[in-house]
Design a protein around this ligand. Structure first.
Ligand code: FAD
Length: 491
């Protein structure tokens, strides 16, 4: 039997269900990745994620070569994947294409097209689970309905995992690469398996030392990052909320592109939890949030573009020039609220934003500026290295109080209080908003409260060196309460 493994968001060979199955059941196996024109067309030429993917493909190619004893290489094409995969399957004359299921609506539509074409050609398509621990209808309430509240979902998830520990086994430990077959010669310069970025219309963006450490590509980069994180996982619960502290793992991008296996991370966290680690317990919970939002997207695909809660589609968000100007100030990190601006400057410069700041900036956009969550969601989608449709949508709808199990709409983050709590010394603000670096004490969180003499002493003029706050939080808060209170009433 001959098989093609279609790599997409699973750029590793270790613990790879589709590859393991193909190697166990076939005499000849090819591995391919399509730089999908349908996806790449919408991205800026210096998109960091494309550079990450390209470098991860080089890493994957090396792993495939090593697994096959130097015989096989990764096949890389630049085309519309929905056409290219059936074409490649025909060229290699395989009986089946193996892949990992992806529940994003666009991916499902693409995979359905590939399936139809393969079927018409007399070939099979075998899907495997990889991106989540439990998918689709695997975790349902007693009434057989999907969960809309996180805590009972998490409890059911943990119970189900406890009952099926085999789910976490390494599915690739017993396979060998003898069946991996030599690839047809690719079209790339100097016979390389993976093209340079320029060969398919992209370029590198200059990086800074403050860049997201998660950007170290490939399984090799992911492993190195994981090793570092394991040393501090036990403190995760205590450190995770403070953006100036190296608390979180930065592994999001490795989960997004599958350069690390989620099962491996869950295994590691579960073992630490058994050993009594509270940090690992909190971290494991975050991985469960990821599964939670994936199943929300699967069961409620309308959340792409619409509020999870139908009544929230009636909310009248601010529109017009004034809202556009506010949105631009938010995007550029010049709202006059230092921690909000610090977060936006972090995402703009690095493609990463700390989770606490994602919550604060999203809340600020929707509840202080009254700008719709969809605009913020689209901005994050374009800029986040670890952009994941399900989690981004879930996070935005949580912050905007339009989602399932969301922040109640009348609970509105105060951006100054959040700053005092989570960046108490202003260290994160000073790093990202250097024009405020010399401010002392509480003024770092709200420069407009500083005495004129204090500002003059550090040579700072508000409105010249740093903006005055673009809204008054207390006024904005009242407007938001009214906006939510009147939803659905037509007023
Ligand atoms: P860690 O704190 O080390 O967490 C480990 C992993 O757990 C993350 O990599 C992620 O896969 C998962 N995780 C953590 N928190 C959440 C969460 N609240 N929901 C779902 N999964 C979670 N996460 C994304 O992966 N992609 C996104 O596009 C995304 N957009 C977001 C937008 C908003 C408005 C908000 C509030 C949150 C968003 N999150 C998103 C969730 C969370 O902020 C990030 O997963 C986290 O900051 C990534 O950094 P890390 O890898 O260092 O996380």
């Amino acid at each position: 039997k001959r098989a093609l493994v279609w790599f997409r968001r699973d750029l590793r060979v270790a613990d790879h269900p589709a590859l393991a199955h193909a190697l166990r059941t076939s005499e000849a196996v090819w591995c391919a990745f399509v730089l999908d024109k349908a996806i790449l067309a919408g991205l800026p030429p210096d998109d960091r994620r494309v550079a990450f993917i390209r470098a991860s493909l080089v890493d994957l190619d090396e792993q495939i070569a090593a697994l096959s004893g130097g015989r096989a290489r990764l096949i890389v094409r630049h085309a519309d994947a929905a056409d290219e995969i059936p074409r490649l399957a025909a060229e290699l004359d395989v009986e089946a294409v193996h892949f990992h299921r992806d529940d994003e609506p666009a991916a499902r539509a693409r995979d359905a097209r590939v399936y139809e074409q393969l079927r018409a050609d007399g070939r099979a398509m075998h899907g495997f689970k990889d991106h989540v621990i439990f998918e689709r209808r695997e975790i349902l309430t007693g009434a057989g309905t999907p969960y809309g509240v996180f805590t009972p979902y998490k409890n059911a998830w943990l119970k189900a995992l406890h009952a099926r520990p085999e789910l976490l086994g390494d599915c690739g430990s017993d396979v060998d690469g003898r069946a991996l077959a030599a690839a047809p010669r690719g079209p790339w310069k100097d016979g390389a398996a993976v093209p340079a970025l320029e060969e398919f219309g992209f370029s590198h963006r200059a990086t800074t030392p403050q860049d997201d450490p998660g950007l170290r590509p490939g399984a090799t980069g992911g492993e190195a990052l994981l090793d570092e994180f394991v040393d501090r996982i036990d403190d995760y619960d205590a450190t995770r909320d403070f953006p100036a502290t190296p608390g979180p793992s930065h592994l999001g991008i490795h989960l997004r592109f599958g350069t690390l296996s989620l099962r491996r991370l869950v295994t590691l966290a579960s073992q630490r939890v058994e050993g009594g680690s509270r940090g690992a317990q909190t971290w494991l919970s975050e991985l469960v949030w990821r599964d939670f939002y994936h199943q929300v997207l699967f069961h409620h695909p309308h959340v792409v573009g619409h509020a999870y809660r139908a009544d929230c589609d009636a909310i009248r968000w601010e529109q017009g020039e004034h809202a556009d100007a506010h949105f631009a100030a938010w995007c550029e990190g010049r709202t006059g609220y230092p921690l909000v601006d610090a977060g936006m400057r972090q995402i703009n410069a690095t493609g990463y934003m700390h989770n606490r700041l994602r919550m604060i900036t999203a809340s600020f956009l929707t509840k202080d500026l009254g700008v719709s969550w969809q605009r913020g969601e689209a901005y994050f989608a374009r800029h986040l290295n670890d952009f994941e449709l399900a989690s981004n949508n879930g996070g935005w709808q949580w912050a905007a109080s339009t989602g399932c199990d969301a922040q109640p709409w009348f609970r509105i983050f105060n951006p100054v209080t959040q700053s005092e709590r989570f960046d108490p010394q202003g260290a994160f603000i000073r790093r990202w908003v250097p024009e405020l670096a010399k401010l002392h004490g509480k003024a770092i969180h709200a420069p407009w409260t500083a005495k004129p003499a204090e500002l003059a002493a550090v040579g700072l003029a508000l409105g010249r060196d740093y903006p005055q706050p673009i809204v008054d939080h207390d006024v904005a808060r009242e407007k938001t309460l009214a906006r939510f209170g009147s939803r659905g009433s037509g007023s």
